[in-house]
Design a protein around this ligand. Structure first.
Ligand code: ADP
Ligand code: ASP
Ligand code: MG
Length: 384
């Protein structure tokens, strides 16, 4: 289909950028200031996903009611500032009722599928409200259910997208909509083949934005957050951190993978595949500029940045020379693959291999698998 918006931009707004009415209004201003923005991807309002995650863990009645009241207050603080709150308040009430019902079920019949269904409500609510904020500013804005397009497997909580299916669905369902209106959709959520709601992992809205940018060949993906770009280290922790104005896909991707929370670790992969520049800036201060991530940068420094990743486990393995090293390594990685354990860092020496892995829980399964053979393992206390 020939597009009337060949240079269109995907704009993603994180939790603090849609935290309340003023933040939403500021973010709406950013959307309206750039005619190229035709697709808007939203996170849940700040704090909402955490509350929903707690509810999905199965809370007793009193705690449950408290959390749902807090959720209602966040939504109604926004609704009360709308000029015509009635229509949207009915839809939000319906979603709050769903949340209450699902949270009650989570106590007696918890499941990962139910958790994803429950936490998806944060993005569903923020996107409905944001579309309304835009309409009240005379924009032609249309709400769109991202689950129609973001098709994933059924690994609830960290579902993996089916890139080809996402492209087909986006072309069929989303492209025609962005020709007609500014489309407002949800980050983070998708659906599996059975039609159940899935999520892409915490912070996954960035990933949604770049997946949709890839699927529709956007000219740029803008990630609007609470910092004016990617810094040499987390500016909230180190005041002397400096903004990096231009950075390559691979450098920024490594930073994200090693803990720079500003981008979900998978965000840059779709952008890299289609060579789509990604801009990162602050929705609170657009004048401050930001970082442009693109294929190449001139004169990259020897050291780019420092990142921190907490909750890492260091695992040291010795095989006591019972087999050739290559076989030992091959078997070890096969076991890790079988258990879907991500390895972040590897170092080897003649007698030992050290791995930094993400999930402590996975190690218990790993220990069971390796206990029967000759290898020994030493697990360090959690690092970070
Ligand atoms: P959003 O809700 O908009 O997705 P996040 O909280 O996920 O925002 O990401 C933004 C945060 O990332 C910043 O507030 C900052 O503390 C953190 N951060 C970590 N490392 C970096 C870095 N190198 N550069 C910029 N921000 C970073
Ligand atoms: N709302 C989700 C989270 O808090 C996804 C996101 O914000 O990117 O993790
Ligand atoms: Mg984020």
């Amino acid at each position: 289909m020939t597009s009337i918006y060949p240079q269109f931009v995907v704009a993603k707004f994180g939790g603090t950028s849609v935290a309340d009415f003023d933040a939403m209004n500021r973010s709406a201003g950013i959307v309206l200031a750039d005619d190229h923005v035709r697709l808007v991807v939203l996170s849940a309002s700040a704090g909402v996903t955490n509350l929903l995650v707690e509810l999905s863990e199965g809370l007793e009645s009193r705690d449950r009611m408290d959390k749902i009241d807090t959720l209602r207050t966040i939504q109604y603080n926004i609704i009360s500032r709308l000029k015509a709150p009635l229509v949207i308040s009915k839809e939000i009430d319906q979603l709050l009722e769903n949340i209450a019902r699902l949270a009650e079920t989570a106590l007696t019949m918890p499941s990962t599928s139910l958790s994803d269904e429950l936490v998806s409500h944060g993005e569903l609510m923020s996107s409905l409200l944001f579309a309304e904020v835009l309409r009240e500013r005379e924009a032609q804005a249309e709400w769109f259910d991202a689950r129609k397009v973001i098709r994933t497997n059924n690994l609830y909580g960290c579902a993996e997208p089916n890139i080809n299916l996402v492209e087909d669905q986006a072309e069929a369902h989303l492209r025609p909509r962005i020709e007609q209106a500014i489309v407002i959709t949800q980050g983070f959520i998708g659906s599996d083949d059975a039609g159940h709601t899935t999520t892409l992992g915490r912070g996954g809205s960035d990933y949604t934005a770049s997946l949709l940018g890839e699927a529709l060949q956007a000219a740029r993906v803008d990630i609007w957050t609470d910092v004016a770009g990617i810094y040499t280290t987390d500016p909230r922790i180190v005041a002397q951190a400096r903004r990096i104005d231009h950075i390559s896909f691979s450098e920024a991707s490594d930073m994200a993978a090693f803990g720079a929370k500003v981008l979900h670790p998978a965000t840059l992969l779709p952008a890299m595949r289609k060579n789509i520049p990604v801009f990162v800036g602050s929705s609170k201060n657009t004048a401050a500029g930001g970082t442009l991530v693109r294929r190449e940068t001139e004169n990259p420094p020897l050291y780019r940045a420092i990142a921190i990743r907490r909750k890492q486990t260091l695992l040291r393995l010795h095989d006591l020379h019972t087999q050739p090293a290559y076989r030992f390594f091959a078997e070890m990685f096969a076991i890790l693959a079988e258990h879907r354990v991500d390895v972040d860092l590897v170092t080897t020496s003649e007698s030992c291999i050290a791995l930094a892995v993400r999930f402590f829980l996975a190690l218990h399964e790993f220990r069971e698998t390796t206990a029967a053979d000759n290898s020994t393992w030493v697990q360090s206390p959690n690092v970070g």
